[in-house]
Design a protein around this ligand. Structure first.
Ligand SMILES: [Zn+2]
Length: 451
């Protein structure tokens, strides 16, 4: 703003609020002045307020501390003035500072400190998150010791390293972040092994997250077990987070194969279970021992393998043994499986994943052999079933489609040829409508297959 040439200042897009008028004309108070300025067309702060006691002032100060980020401009505090001019005159000045006006500043929202360590935490899904432990510093009124960063790329974009001098920003309830580094340096790397289980850490292409892929990782136990039991996977009803948590706490279940060794004596001890419900859960577990190969593969939680891919792999390889012994090239050759996914699948079975499959087979889980698609009227066609079917079960309908040469996938995409929707169809049907796919009800499907 302070330019010798005033036209430079004039060229800048500056805005200001007006606060004083000198001489004040007929005005007898600060409040009068602000009203007068506004009537004359000047920009006056609309958040001004005339208060009558110190309690109101304290409340106003607290109010704008909370709401300061709702303003279009930054503020660092509020100014409180005695309103009446005659009282201002009586109070006078100390040196150049008026006794009748004072600024109350808010706590600074930025502070400088030093990074002491960069640790990695493993989330429930295996994703590693770097956290900078800093020398404790007060920012925005609270002591900050840890600053979470998103991933390796972000650490290096900012140039954070151990012993770096950094500026931390923390505003309101927003979590603190590192906004700048004094002498930024690149080159920080995620550990190659998981800090919780020592398992292999991979960078998931095309994502920038690093993930521990060990299916036995302690940090991921809960999520992996929940995924295993979920509807699209082994579909073990009644095995929610609360129950799984108890099983983990009692150290009865570490990996999914342990579920099949649970006894009724154990289950009745769990909160929320009695004789009958324990019996029921064990029956459901027993029922889940013969899943389709697609569901089984999905339940394993192989990186990048969702329901649709699991189904494709199941159709292509037919049995778990064939898939387990397939080469990366053979997996890569499957339609819509890319090189990086093939690599992940291969690596999964070579590592601890293969061990988990072995344990599940030993525990009596036997994924059904999937019939290879025959040649027939549906060759090259992909079906997705959603909602309930009445004349035949969904697995039977899917098997029929395969027998007639088609594919049964579990998720809708632009490549889907037919969506068969029964009562209760939800998001898959909506997506099919959006993509303007062929949508059949059960009757139309039966006609199509000639029943
Ligand atoms: Zn791990």
């Amino acid at each position: 703003m302070r330019q010798i040439d005033a036209s430079i200042t004039g060229s800048r897009d500056l805005q200001t609020f007006m606060y004083t008028l000198d001489p004040g004309g007929p005005c007898r108070s600060q409040w009068d002045v602000l009203g007068g300025l506004e009537r004359m067309g000047f920009r006056v702060n609309k958040h001004r307020r005339r208060l009558t006691g110190i309690d109101d002032v304290i409340e106003y100060h607290a109010e704008w501390q909370r709401k300061r980020h709702e303003l279009e401009h930054e503020i660092d505090g509020i100014v409180v003035k005695v309103d009446r001019f005659d009282q201002q005159l009586e109070l006078g000045f100390v040196a150049r500072s008026p006794r009748w006006a004072i600024a109350f500043k808010y706590a600074p929202e930025q502070a400088e400190t030093v990074v002491e360590e960069i640790a990695c935490y493993v989330g429930r899904t295996g994703v590693l998150t770097p956290v900078a432990h800093v020398k404790p510093v007060i920012v925005g009124g609270v002591t900050v010791r840890n600053v979470t960063m998103h991933n390796e790329a972000q650490v290096n974009e900012k140039g954070v390293y151990v012993s770096a001098r950094v500026v931390i920003h923390r505003a309101g309830d927003v979590i603190p972040e590192i906004v700048s580094v004094k002498e930024p340096k690149q080159g920080w790397r995620m550990p190659a092994t998981c800090p919780v289980c020592g398992g292999e850490v991979v960078r998931e292409e095309p994502y920038i997250a690093h993930r521990c892929i060990n299916p036995f990782c302690g940090a991921q136990r809960l999520e992996r077990l929940r995924h295993f039991a979920s509807r699209g996977a082994m579909n073990i009803d009644g095995l929610g987070y609360a129950t799984i948590n108890q099983l983990i706490e009692r150290k009865w279940v570490e990996d999914p194969s342990d579920l099949y060794r649970l006894t009724k004596e154990q289950v009745v001890q769990l909160e929320g279970f009695a004789d009958k419900s324990a019996q029921k859960l064990l029956a459901r577990l027993a029922d889940s021992k013969g899943p389709s190969l697609g569901r089984f593969l999905y339940a394993l939680g192989i990186p990048q393998v969702g329901e649709a891919t699991a189904d494709l792999l199941a159709v292509e390889f037919g049995s778990i043994d064939k898939l387990r012994s397939a080469t990366e090239e053979q997996i890569d050759a499957v339609e819509s499986v890319g090189a990086s996914m093939a690599h992940e699948v291969r690596r999964y079975f070579e590592g601890h994943g293969g061990e988990l499959v072995g344990r599940l087979l030993d525990a009596g889980v036997h994924p059904q052999v999937t019939e290879a698609p025959g040649e027939g009227p549906f060759t090259g066609k992909t079906f997705v079933f959603t909602g309930t079917m009445e004349a035949m079960g969904r697995p039977d309908a899917e098997a029929l489609v395969r027998k007639m040469g088609g594919k049964a996938a579990s998720s809708v995409s632009a490549k889907t040829d037919y969506v068969v929707a029964g009562p209760g169809a939800g998001s898959k049907l909506e997506k099919a409508q959006k993509l303007k796919l062929n949508i059949l009800d059960e009757q139309q499907f039966l006609e199509l297959i000639g029943e």
